[in-house]
Design a protein around this ligand. Structure first.
Ligand code: UD1
Ligand code: CA
Length: 452
């Protein structure tokens, strides 16, 4: 079976300059939701793009074949633009780019039924309390489709039908090709409707789906928010049943590709996105955002931002820490408030607890980074590296001007500006010596007690 995704439409009802399928649900563009499920059921996938061609092209896996629909003349016309993809003797599954939450299990069921019953086409339907906007299913008592009537073309009686077309259907490729040639744009919208091919197919079965959350279409931003909420709750229910505590699901956002180990607690107002993996017994949040991170067991992250970072067991982060791309924290590291870290590896048991920037740096084991330490890694043109070896102590408010190497077991005096390498076991001071002027203040004010 091949899969064809239709995603050329503009999405007029979104009122957007961005194509509809590029809008994000849980930080993942809608089109990628559809592609991900397509990739679970088939290796041969194609997509029809039109509106915002370049924007959408950049979002998708380059192995997917792209067909262009220059003018959007309707869903049947979109399929015609990919005619070369309809292979003889094969079946083709059509997915809509704006129906993002369809599951692999449902697609498997659709495919199985289609093959077992030797259908020309098998269509997925659902019953909705409010079917407005959807095509209505007209079928006989044996679940054989007679026709689909679009909302805008329907009579008063037809409008009362609550069983609707999800847009998801599987076809015998050869028969679909022939039927497409017969479709005419004779309807209110003047479009070539894919739903009209059923007029020319003999054996079309309707499968009615129980879970309507899977097939909700996104046509405007209200539906975008509704679909996101439904999907979000489903993802969190699965996680909770698998052993994750989510203290307040209503203020928590977790992407579908996130994995979380048992007995981890997710505190309120937390956002976990991308392909993040979190181990067991962690406590994440409140007020935390994590994107594409790999996190071990027993890690605590409070009120912080973490992106593209790897964090080993027993690490403590926050409150108010920011881990940027390329941060690697080994076991037992502690990162505290107002500490920013980028492209930096910190080895076991080291700490940077207050007001620090570490960029392009290696920090060895058992190092203490004092409050206010800054690695000066950028000279306005290039970035340079800092190396801090094991067991060193960096005094508060030190500036380490990169490139620079701090040896093992060293002590850097507070307030130092370090521009030269420091050998092992040394004390380095890089600041003006203190001068005490005895009685200076007393002398100054001696004849003017009021200080005027
Ligand atoms: C469509 C179905 C309707 C169904 C509903 C389910 C048709 C005619 N109607 O209506 O029966 O109940 O989906 O959500 O198919 N597209 C193109 N090229 C085009 C037009 C559309 O690629 O020329 C793509 C869109 O990007 C979108 C999908 O096809 O991903 C569906 O198009 P849309 O205009 O949203 O159809 P609906 O009115 O929702
Ligand atoms: Ca739609």
């Amino acid at each position: 079976m091949r899969v064809l995704i239709l995603a050329a439409g503009q999405g007029k009802r979104m009122n957007s300059k961005i194509p509809k399928v590029a809008h994000k649900i849980l930080d993942k563009p809608m089109v990628n939701w559809v592609i991900d499920v397509a990739q679970k059921v088939s290796e041969e996938i194609a997509i029809v793009l039109g509106n915002g061609f370049e924007i959408v092209k950049q979002l998708i896996d380059p192995s997917i074949a792209i067909f262009e629909q220059k003018e959007q003349l309707g869903t049947a016309h979109a399929v015609m633009c990919a005619k070369d993809f309809l292979k003889k003797g094969d079946n083709i599954l059509i997915l809509y780019g704006d129906v993002p939450f369809i599951s692999k299990e449902t697609l498997d069921l659709l495919q199985r039924t289609h093959i077992e019953h030797n259908n020309d086409a098998t269509v997925l339907s659902v019953v909705l309390d409010d079917p407005t906007g959807y095509g209505r299913i007209i079928k006989n008592s044996k679940n054989q489709l007679i026709k689909i009537v679009e909302d805008k073309d329907s009579s008063e009686n037809e409008k009362n039908i609550k069983e609707v077309n999800t847009g998801i259907a599987i076809f015998n490729s050869e028969k679909l090709k022939d039927a497409l040639d017969k479709v005419k744009p004779q309807n209110v919208q003047g479009e070539y409707y894919l739903t009209d091919v059923f007029l020319f197919l003999d054996k079309t079965e309707v499968i009615q789906l129980e879970n309507n959350a899977e097939v909700l279409g996104v046509n405007d931003r209200i539906q975008l928010a509704e679909v996101e909420r439904k999907i979000r709750m489903e993802i969190m229910k699965k996680l909770m049943l698998s052993g994750v505590t989510i203290v307040d699901p209503y203020s928590t956002y977790i992407s579908p590709d996130v994995e979380i180990g048992i007995d981890t607690i997710i505190q309120p107002q937390t956002f976990i996105y991308g392909r993040t993996i979190i181990g067991e017994n962690c406590e994440i949040g409140p007020l935390t955002r994590i994107l594409n991170c790999k996190i071990g067991n027993k890690v605590k992250i409070i009120r912080s931002e973490c992106e593209l970072s790897e964090i080993k067991d027993n690490v403590k982060i926050g409150p108010f820490s920011r881990l940027r791309e390329g941060t690697f924290l080994e076991e037992n590291v502690k990162i505290g408030n107002f500490v920013e870290i980028k492209k930096t590896h910190i080895a076991t048991n080291s700490k940077a607890q207050h007001l620090t920037y570490l960029g392009d740096t290696y920090v060895g084991k058992n190092v203490n980074i004092g409050a206010g330490t800054i690695t000066c890694n950028y000279d306005g043109r290039k970035k340079y590296e800092t190396f801090i070896d094991d067991d060193s102590f960096i005094g508060s408010n030190a500036s380490l001007v990169a490139p620079v190497k701090i040896g093992k077991n060293t002590l850097i005096g507070a307030g130092s500006v370090i521009t030269k390498d420091v050998p092992d076991d040394s004390l380095a001071l890089g600041r003006a010596q203190q001068v005490n002027k005895l009685n200076w203040v007393k002398e100054k004010w001696k004849n003017n007690l009021k200080g005027e």
